[in-house]
Design a protein around this ligand. Structure first.
Ligand code: COA
Length: 391
């Protein structure tokens, strides 16, 4: 017997505003995003068969584990007794959760899956936040010796800049582009445009990186509904298609990797995702990448396949703009839309949904047919790459 696998579609998407949202709790944010996705899809929430909750740090920031059960209970679907499970892969949790939804629908096990990503990060003070965000690194061999996310990104940047003669301006341009795009995104954490000078001269964080090279500490939630073709057609809905999905792991500690600036997880996941979708890198209409630090924006452009190693600097002045050859982060990216760990990767799908449905307003990428979405854990320990396209 030949088994025909179902295609998986995103039939609804919604998110909260990203930012410092002190007036809202973890559960309120999650439910707000979930309801927006349900409303956007025009379905009944009772149709959802499984809920995957993407979250990274609620256990240590908010003292709340068992996120799946919490979300199911507070969103009012507990009475349906559907499974509700948390998926955690550091800052790649969002991509990882969507991949599980994709596999679940593709296998035929479920016809409708909700993925909800949430993180509430601003309820603790700066120094404590540094310690808590360092928990996604190798605590014993990196964090214990002072290797915070910013410190490791800075060391990587120094080596990369020295080896490939890349100047600070190339890094700054990644942030300038993010802020420009975020100024057109009402959900973004920072909506102010920044100049190259501001990006180059802001407060130092870890030499050579300054405040404008760092993604902020953000609260927020995002949700999508992943459905089978059968469910979509039966209910006369439409959506965008998940063309392919792939993930790859690398060593957790940066010092164990082959190269400090080679993001092998991104490279492998991108190659697999493109090949599964039957696409080449030049076919990609736009990319949402995981630039938690500006240096990663450059490295990812290279390892995802858009430029050779050391050459991303040639793309950052024109080609990454909304109307450029390969628009980067129309949402505003991690630098300016924000990086609420568990919600970040799911938020990339919300952006892709808006773009491919031509509902992205001022930041619309004209004629976009598909998107590459890259969700990355920590300093590159894991990557999940999805290709999504017109239904
Ligand atoms: N970009 C732009 N502005 C930022 C910012 C950022 N990344 N982070 C903070 N700000 C602004 C705040 O809005 C505030 O502005 P205001 O004075 O006008 O209100 C000001 O800078 C100070 O904010 P504060 O919250 O006190 O900053 P901080 O010094 O505690 O934190 C960082 C700044 C860079 C250390 C923090 O954002 C950070 O750690 N970011 C990286 C997170 C991370 O590592 N993520 C990936 C993990 S794998």
């Amino acid at each position: 017997m030949v088994t025909v696998l179902s295609d998986a579609y995103i039939i609804g998407a919604g998110e909260t505003k990203f930012g410092e949202l002190w007036e809202k709790s973890l559960r309120e944010l999650a439910v707000e995003a979930g309801l927006r996705a349900v409303e956007n899809a025009g379905i009944y929430s009772r149709d959802v068969e499984v809920l995957y909750g993407s979250n990274s740090l609620a256990g240590i920031i908010n003292g709340q584990e068992n996120i799946g059960a919490l979300l199911s209970d507070f969103s009012g679907i507990a009475e349906n007794h559907i499974p509700a499970i948390r998926i955690e892969a550091s800052t790649a949790s969002g991509g990882a959760a969507v991949r599980q939804a994709y596999l679940a629908v593709k296998s035929g096990e479920y016809d409708l899956v909700m993925v909800g990503g949430v993180e509430k990060m601003t309820d603790v003070y700066g120094s404590e936040t540094l310690d808590l965000t360092s928990s996604v690194l190798d605590r014993e061999w990196e964090a214990f010796f002072g290797g915070t996310p910013a410190a490791l990104a800075a060391i990587t940047a120094r080596k990369y800049m020295a080896d490939f003669k890349v100047d600070k301006e190339a890094l700054a341009m990644i942030s300038v582009n993010d802020h420009l795009n975020a100024s057109k995104n009402p959900d973004a954490h920072y909506r102010n445009k920044i100049t190259i000078e501001q990006a180059m001269n802001s407060t130092p964080v870890a030499e050579p990186l300054n405040l404008m090279d760092c993604s902020p500490i953000t609260d927020g939630a995002a949700a999508i509904l992943v459905a089978s073709e059968k469910y979509m057609k039966k209910n006369k809905l439409d959506g965008i298609r998940i063309l392919s999905s792939a993930d790859a792991q690398d060593y957790l500690a940066v010092h164990s990797r082959k190269s400090m600036y080679g993001l092998d997880s991104a490279k492998i996941a991108s190659q697999k995702a493109l090949s599964k979708a039957g696409m080449k890198i030049d076919d990609v209409s736009f990319v949402e990448l995981h630039d938690s630090y500006s240096i990663y924006g450059l490295l990812e452009l290279e390892d995802l396949g858009f430029a050779e190693k050391g050459k991303a600097k040639d793309l950052v002045y024109d080609e990454i703009k909304l109307n450029g050859r390969i628009p980067v982060n129309p949402s505003g990216g991690l630098k300016a839309k924000g990086n609420p760990f568990g919600a970040t990767g799911v938020g990339q799908f919300v952006e892709a949904y808006m773009q491919l449905k031509e509902k992205a307003g001022e930041r619309q990428v004209k004629g976009a047919k598909n998107a590459m979405l890259h969700s990355m854990g920590g300093t590159g320990s894991m990557s999940v790459v999805h290709m999504v396209g017109d239904a």
